[in-house]
Design a protein around this ligand. Structure first.
Ligand code: AMP
Length: 210
């Protein structure tokens, strides 16, 4: 199963991907997590990406295409994967297609902008493994500590209110056109945001036929 989770920043892609990957037994590939690790480790990719990420802008397509092509060649991707946060432009979608990849489903998570803005202030991520939490909606068992790996939970720099608004603008302009791209290929499924994480997971599994 090759799956894309499409949606605005803060729509819940990472949270849902982490739940669904357990059910499907395939890894989640998040370019955001790969890039944050690269920035932290000061790699050449990290150095190229940092200023774009801090400003809430997209990292250039050629950097992303290199990162994703390399990651998808690793052995854990052999039986499929869930892409979270990539592709984010039509150029990235075309590059994946040119690499011969066909997706079984592209799930678009629909969340109104205002709800995104309200949610982002409470988001916390694990510094170590990238797992995502929310201070009210998805709290960790121990405040400030990742349930999965014990890492410290921090607020992302690009979750500040001003940066969230520019990220939403970038999403509508650059990423939303991907819905039409994948609709034309007959694989687009739309899921409305539901009151709880569990309800949304069930809705996603249903459109995937589980
Ligand atoms: P995310 O964790 O998916 O919200 O990504 C955080 C930031 O990383 C984004 O705001 C971009 O600056 C960068 N980024 C992650 N994935 C991509 C992508 N597919 N294309 C361009 N930039 C990306």
């Amino acid at each position: 199963m090759k799956l894309i989770l499409l949606g605005a920043p803060g729509a819940g892609k990472g949270t849902q991907a982490d739940i669904i990957k357990q059910k499907l037994g395939i890894p989640t590939i998040s370019t955001g997590n790969i890039l944050r690790a690269a920035v932290k480790n000061g790699t050449p990719t990290g150095l190229k990406a940092k200023a774009f990420m801090d400003a809430g802008q997209l990292v250039p397509d050629e950097v992303i295409i290199g990162v994703i092509n390399e990651r998808l060649q690793e052995s854990d991707c052999a039986n499929g994967y869930i892409l979270d946060g990539v592709p984010r432009t039509v150029a990235q979608a075309e590059a994946l297609e040119q690499a011969g990849i066909r997706f079984d489903a592209v799930v678009a998570l629909e969340v109104p902008d205002q709800r995104i803005v309200d949610r982002m202030g409470g988001r916390r991520v694990c510094e170590h493994c990238g797992a995502s939490y929310h201070v009210i909606h998805i709290p960790p068992k121990t405040e400030g500590v990742c349930d999965a790996c014990g890492g410290a939970l921090v607020q992302r720099k690009d979750d500040s209110p001003e940066t969230v608004l520019s990220r939403l603008e970038v999403y509508h302009k650059e990423t939303e056109p991907l819905k039409g791209f994948y609709e034309a290929r007959g694989v687009l499924k739309t899921v409305e945001d539901l009151p709880t994480v569990e309800d949304t997971t069930q809705a996603i599994l249903k459109v995937l036929g589980y």
